[in-house]
Design a protein around this ligand. Structure first.
Ligand code: IMP
Ligand code: MG
Length: 175
């Protein structure tokens, strides 16, 4: 099956949005230090760009969870593949994700991280597909709300491909 990519958000649009979120976070967390938790692998591109746009002391740590196989549907089961290197106790944590789909990954992760007693914890996602939500999650920073489409680029993959695209695109399949 062949795939084509149709641009949904250009590189400029994504960059502008990340700057906006960076400014918001810089204001909301003024006087504090921010610990970014980047959810691998998808959020890595977004998290790095976002960190560069936050005008405060920022530390960054990485976590990897798996909820998807090679396809486009959530398995409904989330497991920690790689845990954080450092404790988040007493920290002001922002969990950075690429996309919220069913919400299963983030809601499970949030419960787990809250138990580690951060001073505060907020969620930030580049993309949100509200139509697909199965589990309710409170997301503080959302880049773009998108319809129920399978998207790639800016860290998002289809079968591990297309993460390196500098824009967000929709995968179209030729049958
Ligand atoms: P959730 O648990 O269903 O919210 O799944 C979130 C995860 O599913 C994201 O971190 C992505 O890895 C993956 N995902 C959901 N939708 C898409 C998409 O449209 N393109 C690529 N990955 C996606
Ligand atoms: Mg992901």
């Amino acid at each position: 099956m062949a795939e084509r990519i149709k641009v949904l958000m250009t590189e400029e649009e994504v960059d502008r949005k990340i700057k906006e979120i960076g400014l918001l976070i810089s204001k909301d967390y003024e006087g504090k230090e921010v610990r970014i938790i980047c959810i691998l692998r998808g959020a890595s591109f977004f998290a790095c760009e976002l960190a560069k746009r936050i005008n405060l002391p920022v530390t960054i740590d990485f976590m990897s969870v798996s909820s998807y196989g090679a396809g486009t549907e959530s398995s409904g089961h989330v497991k920690i593949v790689k845990d954080l290197e450092e404790s988040i106790e007493g920290k002001d944590v922002i969990v950075v994700e690429d996309i919220i789909d069913s919400g299963r990954t983030l809601s499970m992760l949030l419960e787990l991280l809250k138990a580690r007693k951060p001073n505060s914890i907020a969620l930030c996602t580049l993309l949100d597909k509200p139509e697909r939500r199965v589990v309710d999650v409170d997301v503080k920073y959302v880049g773009f709300q998108i319809p129920d489409l399978f998207v790639v680029g800016y860290g998002l993959d289809y079968d591990q491909k297309y993460r390196n695209l500098p824009y967000i695109g929709v995968v179209e399949f030729d049958n």
